[in-house]
Design a protein around this ligand. Structure first.
Ligand code: DGT
Ligand code: CA
Ligand code: CA
Ligand code: ZN
Length: 580
């Protein structure tokens, strides 16, 4: 049996947390499972393998109990406690706990006192007026639950949205709010500001002299399909695109407090709060209260909030409770890489494979995006995808690229390939041809379902090939769509570090691969990373911001990203030159 992936283990631990909560277990136990799930999801090595070796307990958040459960899942495919709890409750009850307004305690009462065991049953009971007969529920709660159950049946469980989809709508909405009468400033907050891979909803913070009036104006925007009754400081809206948006509006003197709080993350805010308590300060969305003097300091900017707590400004992408508060206090936060630091892109496609434009059009677009160089890397031939580049075509493409480059003033067009890594670890072109290229990205595009050991050997073989400069989208995942394939990250990093092979952060917002955890581990191993757009059309260079976001969330500096260098310096870093 294949070992469970980290995300499968994390899902099982999360489900255990949910079921224990429904079962009325102690909060410590519930939190332990949730923290464990998070630690597993973020681990950069196979937690199943660690657990089998008895060393998963070295991960913060995994104790011996959780390790035993992971071993059971790995060796038998399931966890006895999970099976037992699943048998104890109807499956619809877990769904019920996820409805807004219904935690596990209240869901369980509905089940025990009214036999309500699913969102459908809840809707029936609410329509018949049975919910309001329960102590502590009332007519208002019944109406809200009726709406929530209806929404659940229409759109399914609360789903997360890819950041790029949410940002497109969110940035337009912020711009629209900025044009409203009385609006002084408006910014995205929450996970979108931290540039997480997916978001549950959007959060916007605005300031105005009369917040209530601005809330009413926001609710009346043409983008808004439905909204809560605007309050004096907030309104929750749903856009026509189906996006839920929390809009908070404060007076300008408190903008920094509100923005800091609503940017989160929750974990970051908890870390800040713990630190402030030790200093006799209480931080909340309303300001920083000095417990001794009883004075609440209001902050117009976030920088003031952090300064009051004795530290420098922390970039939103770092605010995840991963040691950034301690680093800010010690003054050791990294100087994060920016989009404008990128000098070139090393992975793109033209009509020769699955792109839409010519080499010249892609070069012009890259120059317009601010790059100094671009490597054309069309797909290699082997797998019968259709319009890919056979060896003779690649030879002709090399000639054409050289001619084209000579005509481009102040821009360097280079020629390479995105070569398939075949299941046996071989590459798609003869070695002499690969050696002629300026740059070779090697990627896995087929046979994803190999056992981890074979997949690891396959990737390591490509890394060890003297002409391979970089591995493309290492894990193969598609966010919200396809799990990464199974492989041993540690062995891959070891091989890359040993051979000087670079690893790509593919900036496509559906990929973001390396993910932020793997990117951080790779950089710590001393491996140069590159951020590539993998553009398939001239507009494709717009996604650089997502690769940069992943790099920033991985704490990376420009010095750790090789394509912040001019081409000649990057060329000198290529591993095969060192090996030759
Ligand atoms: P999301 O929406 O799941 O993608 O992630 P966020 O981080 O946007 O979460 P959201 O929308 O629930 O809340 C926005 C921010 O509000 C969050 O990042 C921090 C703050 N916040 C929300 N709930 C809590 C809480 O219970 N405690 C603390 N300290 N902060 C919270
Ligand atoms: Ca949010
Ligand atoms: Ca929210
Ligand atoms: Zn590609």
């Amino acid at each position: 049996m294949a070992a469970p992936t980290n995300s499968q283990i994390a899902a099982a631990l999360d489900e255990l947390g949910d079921l224990y909560e429904l079962d009325g277990a102690s909060i410590h136990r519930i939190v332990a499972y949730r923290n464990g799930a998070r630690a597993v999801r973020e681990a950069s090595v196979s937690v199943a393998a660690l657990a089998l070796a008895g060393s998963a307990t070295e991960l913060a958040g995994i104790g011996t109990t959780l390790q035993e459960k992971i071993v059971a899942l790995t060796s038998t495919g399931t966890i006895p406690a999970l099976e037992k709890l699943r048998g104890k409750f109807p499956p619809g009850l877990v769904e019920l706990t996820k409805l807004p307004g219904l935690g596990p305690k209240r869901a369980r009462r509905l089940y025990e006192e009214l036999g309500v065991d699913s969102p459908q049953a809840l809707r029936t009971a609410a329509t018949e007026g049975r919910i309001s007969t329960l102590k502590g529920f009332g007519a208002r709660a019944e109406r809200a639950l009726l709406d929530a159950a209806g929404a659940y049946e229409r759109t399914g469980p609360a789903t997360r949205l890819l950041l790029s989809r949410a940002l497109a709508a969110g940035e337009a909405l912020v711009a629209a709010i900025m044009t409203l009468d009385g609006c002084e400033q408006a910014l995205l907050a929450g996970s979108a500001r931290r540039m997480t891979e997916t978001v549950k909803d959007l959060d916007i913070v605005a300031s105005a002299g009369d917040p209530g009036a601005l809330a009413a104006a926001v609710a009346a925007l043409p983008q808004v399909q439905e909204s809560s009754t605007p309050g004096t400081h907030a309104v929750r809206i749903r856009t026509h695109s189906g996006l839920a948006v929390d809009v908070r509006i404060v007076t300008g003197d408190r903008f920094g407090d509100a923005l800091q709080h609503l940017t989160g993350s929750k974990e970051h805010n908890v870390a800040l709060r713990e630190l402030s308590v030790r200093r006799g300060l209480h931080i909340s969305e309303y300001g920083v209260l000095d417990e001794r003097s009883g004075v609440t300091h209001r902050c117009a900017s976030e920088a003031e909030v952090y300064a009051l707590l004795g530290m420098g400004y922390i970039e939103p992408e770092l605010r995840e409770g991963r040691g950034e508060v301690e680093a800010a206090l010690a003054g050791t936060l990294p100087e994060l890489v920016r989009t404008t630091d990128l000098k070139g892109d090393l992975h793109c496609h033209t009509v020769a494979s699955d792109g839409t434009a010519s080499m010249r059009e892609m070069a012009v677009a890259a120059a317009a995006a601010g790059y100094e160089y671009l490597v054309i890397t069309d797909h290699s031939a082997s797998m019968g995808f259709g319009a890919d580049v056979c060896a003779d075509e690649l030879r002709a493409q090399i000639e054409r690229a050289r001619e084209l480059d000579a005509t481009l003033d102040g821009f360097r067009l280079l020629i390479g390939s995105e070569v398939n890594i075949l299941p046996d670890g071989g590459l798609d072109y003869p070695d002499e041809l690969l050696a002629e290229l300026d740059w070779v990205v090697a990627s896995v595009h087929t046979s994803f379902r190999m056992p981890a050991a074979a997949m690891t050997a396959r990737i390591v073989a490509a890394i060890e090939h003297p002409s391979v400069d970089c591995i493309g989208h290492l894990s193969g995942r598609k966010i919200l769509e396809r799990e990464p394939y199974d492989f041993d990250l540690e062995r891959v990093l070891e091989a890359a570090a040993r051979t000087g092979t670079m690893l790509e952060i593919n900036a496509n917002p559906e990929r973001r691969d390396l993910n932020e955890h793997h990117a951080r581990a790779a950089a710590q191993a001393g491996i140069p990373l590159v951020i590539n757009c993998d553009a398939h059309r001239p507009g494709g260079f717009e996604v650089a911001r997502y690769g940069i976001a992943t790099a920033r969330r991985a704490w990376l500096t420009p010095a750790q990203i090789a394509n912040t260098l001019p081409w000649p310096e990057l060329a000198a870093l290529r591993g095969r030159r060192g090996c030759a």
